[in-house]
Design a protein around this ligand. Structure first.
Ligand SMILES: [Zn+2]
Length: 151
């Protein structure tokens, strides 16, 4: 499922990407019209806190999820209740830029991740776009806990 998060929902956008959803995160230069047009062109479901934007989207028959809660867990619960998590897709996408991650050989990350991380982990993923390296560290455990709480 492809989403478009408005400017107010950066943390939610990041978490949805970690969970494997394709998320476009609107920047401050984009107004409502830009957001609506992108959602139409790229067939994205808009996620927003803005009631006015919800109204405009509905009028144009664009799918929209309205977020009222400020609590991240609540927000994730709402989105995943409409579009359930695909567990195979978890950790397949860069949380910063939304690109798909590729698995890389442990040898290739030597010196690029903290020594302690290199010692205790065998699986690494890489974002070709922003060069960030991912592994199933403490962040991963926190996320697994979140997923278990959601389902
Ligand atoms: Zn990236």
């Amino acid at each position: 499922m492809r989403f478009l998060c408005d400017q107010m929902l950066g943390t939610l956008a990041k978490w949805l990407r970690i969970l494997g959803y394709d998320v476009y995160f609107a920047n401050n230069l984009e107004d409502d019209e830009d957001i609506l047009r992108r959602a139409e062109e790229e067939e994205r479901v808009i996620i927003t806190r803005d009631k006015y934007l919800v109204m405009r989207a509905k009028r144009r028959r664009i799918k929209v999820i309205e977020i009222e809660s400020k609590d991240l867990d609540e927000q994730l619960k709402i989105v995943t209740s409409f579009f359930p998590i695909d567990r195979d897709a978890v950790l397949s996408r860069c949380s910063i830029c939304n690109s798909l991650l590729v698995e890389i050989d442990k040898n290739e990350v030597k010196g690029k991740v903290p020594d302690r991380v290199y010692e205790i982990h065998d699986e690494f993923w890489y974002c070709k776009n922003c060069k960030k390296i991912y592994w199933k560290g403490s962040h991963w455990n926190k996320m697994k806990e979140k997923i278990d709480n959601l389902s």
